[in-house]
Each structure stands twice: as structure tokens, then as C-alpha cells.
Design a protein around this ligand. Sequence first.
Ligand SMILES: NC(=O)c1ccc[n+]([C@@H]2O[C@H](COP(=O)([O-])OP(=O)(O)OC[C@H]3O[C@@H](n4cnc5c(N)ncnc54)[C@H](OP(=O)(O)O)[C@@H]3O)[C@@H](O)[C@H]2O)c1
Length: 328
Amino acid sequence: MKAILYNHYGAADVLYAGEVNKPVPQNNEILIKVHFSTVTTGDVNIRGFVFVPKGFKFIARLMFGYNKPKKQILGVEFSGIVEAAGGSVKHFKPGDKVFGIDGSGMGAYADYKCFNEDSAVLIIPQNLSLEEAAAIPFGGLTAYFFLKEKADIKPGQKALIIGASGGVGTAAIQVAKYYGAEVTGVCSTGNLDLVRSIGADKTIDYTREDYGKSSTTYDIILDTTGTVTYPGVKNILSKNGKLLLVAAGLPQFLLMFRSSLFGGPKVIAGGGASNEKKEYLEALKKMAEEGKYKPVIDKQFDFDKTADAHAYVDTGRKRGNVVIRINI
Ligand SMILES: NC(=O)c1ccc[n+]([C@@H]2O[C@H](COP(=O)([O-])OP(=O)(O)OC[C@H]3O[C@@H](n4cnc5c(N)ncnc54)[C@H](OP(=O)(O)O)[C@@H]3O)[C@@H](O)[C@H]2O)c1
């Protein structure tokens, strides 16, 4: 089968098209013909450590292969059609349209992928296309993990989403709105309309205004950009507020440790593979089926242009999600 491969870390042009053996499902696995995948910041981080904060590249190399990648096929999220199911599979059958995420196994930049049926994989929401479904898990699960699982966001709370136009930000706006928060999105001038269109009650253009000087105080501040400092937001975070740091390096983890020792507003950093729970994906699927969650798709690229798609995501300027068309 065809796959997009890489043998060493580096810029987007390390990716190349090649042939590998078609996988065979184990007893508890489904074999999925992959129709769509995406280029997430997770994929570009694993390929070239593009957005990995200082101090974490060493750990990332230990996880993914110190000298060269342990796994040659990227692609963390996917949608497609079940082609075969192992003997003990109970919840899926050939012909089912599915979507899911496999942040540690990856492997969706290929014609086929096998995946354990108990992992974060579900039948696609009826009202979404396969390409939309492929773009749900990465941003959606991250937003859900921080806002719902960690911050227990509640109706009427005020939430500030910094980096509102990105993959995680566009998901966070919709998840926060779903749970009844009043949401302000921080983005640049060109993305104000997009951020309003997905439900933000208010917007702040970071190129013209310093959100840290806002007269509003927020119960939740979620930052996806890694640019927020505690002094920069302490005047706009309510006394028992929560500061959610999605793009966290060493300073952010130290801040979290400090807040756990001294009290005051709670700082939460972390995430990663702990986001990838089937029950969280079910919550997002329900939101989508109720018409309250729709992934934003910025651009789509053909399978043989995956390296171009990676180069685009490397810029850090994507709006929502970038989809790869694999078998359509
Ligand atoms: N902890 C976890 O589990 C976890 C999970 C997923 C992602 N992450 C990390 O979270 C970060 C964001 O991921 P993502 O997928 O959302 O990234 P992304 O989609 O690449 O984000 C790009 C967006 O960020 C906006 N942006 C850039 N600088 C900004 C600023 N200073 N203020 C406001 N908006 C800004 C850009 O808009 P403009 O062009 O208008 O500036 C662009 O629309 C990455 O570092 C990623 O590694 C962590």
C-alpha cells in the first residue's frame, strides 16, 4: 500500500511517498481504509519538533526515537471505512464509516491503518462528512480535556481563548460555548470573522489591543500560543480562576507547580496522550450531532502533497485544520 514516510527528523521535505505492507488486523482490531487524515501541530512536532518548547526536545526524542524516528508513518487523526474486523471485534463491521486518533501509534498517512476497537475510534457523526470527521479529534480532545475535564467549565463563566483561530482554539471556542460559557477569542485582524462565526461572543484583536489590560476578569483563560505569562494575565484572571496552558514548556510547568503550592488561581499544563479517551471523543461526537461542533477546515491537500501541507502548518498560521485526502 502507499504511505508517506520519513526516516529522519527535519523540515517538511523529509517526507516522501513509498510502498509498505498492508497491515493485518489482530483479533481486537479493525482494518480501516483511510480516506482522510490531517496535519496537526502534533504531526509537525514529531517530524521536526517545530512547536516543541525549549527543554522538551530531549524528552520528545526519547519518546519518538533518539537518533531517528521509531515509527516511519505520521498521521495522528483519521477518518475512513472499516474494511475488515478481527475475530473478537464487537462494535464495528465492514462498511462502517469511522474517525479516530492514535497519537502514539500514528500511521494514518497510509492507505490502511489497523486500530484497537477499544481505542479512541467511533462511527462518524451522521451530519458530518468524512473530511470533517477526520479533523475532530486532535483539537477537539485537547479543548475538551482542558476546558471540561481539568477546568470543569460551567454555564455563565467567562472564558478567554488565546490563539482562537488555530486547531485547538477553534475547537475550544465551540466546546466552551457548548458548556454555556461567555467566550472571548483572541486572534489577529484577519481571523476575527472566523472566530465570531464559530460562536465567540466577543473578540480581541491581539495586533491592536493588549488583552491583559482588559477591564473584564475571566474565570478561565486558555492559551494555545505559549506566549502568556502569569504577570501578563494576573489582573484579568478571577480570584479562583483557572489558567490553562496548552503549549507548555518548562516555565509553564514551574508555574503550575508554584500555583499548587501557594494557592490562588489554578494553573494547569499538560495534556498529550491523556486527551485521547474514547469517552471524550463520544462527548465531541454528541456535540457535532447536535449541530454545536463543526471542525474548521482551512485547506485540503492531495496525498502526494503531504510535505507541502506540513510546510504550511510549520508556519504556525493555519486557521483550524489542514486535511490530507488519501483515498477519495
Ligand atoms: N498539551 C497538549 O496536549 C497539546 C495538544 C495540542 C496542541 N498542543 C500545542 O498547542 C499549540 C497550538 O496548537 P494548534 O494545533 O492550535 O496550533 P495551530 O493550529 O498551528 O495555531 C495556529 C494559529 O495560532 C494563531 N496565533 C499564533 N500566534 C498567536 C498569538 N500570539 N495570539 C493569538 N493567536 C496566535 C494563528 O493566528 P494568526 O496567524 O492570526 O496569529 C493561527 O491561526 C502548539 O504549540 C501545539 O504543540 C498541545
